[in-house]
Design a protein around this ligand. Structure first.
Ligand SMILES: NC(=O)C1=CN([C@@H]2O[C@H](COP(=O)(O)OP(=O)(O)OC[C@H]3O[C@@H](n4cnc5c(N)ncnc54)[C@H](O)[C@@H]3O)[C@@H](O)[C@H]2O)C=CC1
Ligand SMILES: O=C(CO)COP(=O)(O)O
Length: 376
């Protein structure tokens, strides 16, 4: 009997064949993994299999010859080592319910590619996965960073962060998701990595709004800068390491999303700034703009953790039709009449407050060689 050929790369399934799922499938296939895409529609699975194209989500892109696709979940998940999830965040829980029995006998690593929080619970995607699959959090990883799908599908050089509570899991996934045009770094700050991706969407909506109104670069730079403060304040108060927000998953993604017309969040904001109502914008968006659903749960969490998020508050007011888009502005982002210098909650030397305490805890943990994140 001839010995079985060793399988070079891991066997992976990517659940969700939209723009990011398909692009990530290409990243993995180009890195040597055996990729099966799961698409909801049989026609899309057929197009990927036969034409090596996903013309709706990635027009003009040739997909790897080795990439397979199916619309049968059981076929996609059979014998896999890794499962990548890339469906709209609000649909993750229902999708996991279908996955769970199919993964019962399998200890595959589960990777979230998503950048939203669940409406109603405010849970991050890795928390929803842990709840629904009832699996060891060390098996779960998340991917984030400045990762506009179409640019990566065109093989433009890009970096990303893979984060897991288990460094070993993060490194395993980072090795699989690495190739000549995609470089992955690792950290163990899952909270910071996930919130970075969620929060930059909200700031990108704000940038889109001021763009739509017709304001220029000063306004946008002011909102991006103050937005990073809000993102950091919020994430640190909710358990993140501040350094993560300065890396690819925070600042990096904020820059990419705020300046690119490819961003759906930015586009949704631009339409709002041009005077379209929230309902009109939702109707016009052909793809997922996660920021629209994340605003309310993030503001709820902000209130619970006593963090001010004036820019995100203004985005919510525009979405609700309670603020004229022309009034959204960084000068409303300080809560006193005569702001003295830049208020960065996490840098305040006032000796008190939940943010400062959270920051101190994070630094202590890092200095003591705890499970702090690696620099990305
Ligand atoms: N597109 C991008 O550049 C990036 C997107 N992401 C994140 O990836 C996630 C997925 O976004 P995209 O692929 O861009 O969205 P998309 O809108 O391009 O594709 C979404 C996919 O999910 C499917 N879908 C819709 N509702 C579903 C449901 N109820 N159950 C199962 N599948 C459903 C759609 O048919 C489609 O295949 C989002 O959380 C997004 O924030 C992250 C990084 C980059
Ligand atoms: O997350 C992204 C880039 O990193 C994609 O942003 P949008 O979802 O706004 O298109």
């Amino acid at each position: 009997m001839t010995p079985k050929k060793p399988v070079a790369g891991p066997r992976v399934a990517v659940i969700g064949a939209g723009s990011w799922g398909t692009t990530f499938g290409k990243i993995l296939a180009d890195g040597g993994a055996h990729v099966t895409m799961w698409a909801r529609r049989a026609e899309l699975a057929h197009e990927i299999n036969e034409a090596k194209r996903n013309s709706r989500y990635l027009p003009g892109i040739n997909l790897p010859r080795t990439m397979a696709a199916t619309h049968e979940l059981a076929t996609a998940l059979h014998g896999v080592d890794q499962v990548y999830l890339s469906v709209p965040s609000q649909s993750l829980r229902e999708n996991l319910k279908a996955l769970r029995p199919l993964l019962a006998e399998n200890d595959a690593k589960i990777v979230s590619l998503m950048k939203g929080v669940e409406r109603g619970t405010g849970l991050r995607m890795s928390q929803v996965i842990e709840q629904e699959l009832q699996c060891d959090p060390d098996r779960i990883a998340v991917a984030s960073g400045p990762n506009l799908a179409l640019e990566i599908a065109r093989e433009q050089p890009t970096a990303a962060v893979i984060s897991s509570r288990s460094l070993e899991t993060a490194e395993t996934i980072a090795r699989a998701a690495r190739n000549s045009y995609f470089r992955t770094f690792v950290n163990t700050d899952v909270i910071g990595t996930e919130f970075g991706g969620v929060l930059k969407n909200l700031i990108a909506v704000a940038i889109g709004i001021v763009d739509g109104v017709g304001y220029g670069e000063n306004t946008k730079a002011s909102i991006i800068t103050r937005g990073l403060v809000e993102m950091t304040d919020f994430a640190v108060a909710n358990g993140a390491h501040p350094e993560t927000l300065q890396g690819l998953a925070g600042l990096g993604d904020l820059i990419a999303t705020c300046q690119s017309p490819l961003s759906r969040n930015n586009t949704a904001g631009r339409l709002l700034g041009q005077g379209y109502s929230f309902q009109d914008v939702v109707k016009q968006m052909q793809q997922t703009a996660e920021g629209l659903a994340s605003v309310a749960p993030i503001l709820q969490l902000a209130r619970e953790s006593e963090v001010d998020m004036p820019i995100v508050e203004q985005v919510k007011m525009v979405l609700d039709g309670k603020m004229n888009p022309r009034d959204i502005a960084p000068h409303l982002t300080t809560d006193d009449d005569t702001p003295q210098g830049e208020r960065t909650n996490y840098g305040q030397a006032d000796g008190g407050g939940p943010l400062r305490r959270a920051l101190q805890r994070a630094f202590d943990q890092f200095r003591d060689g705890g499970r702090g994140p690696r620099r990305d």
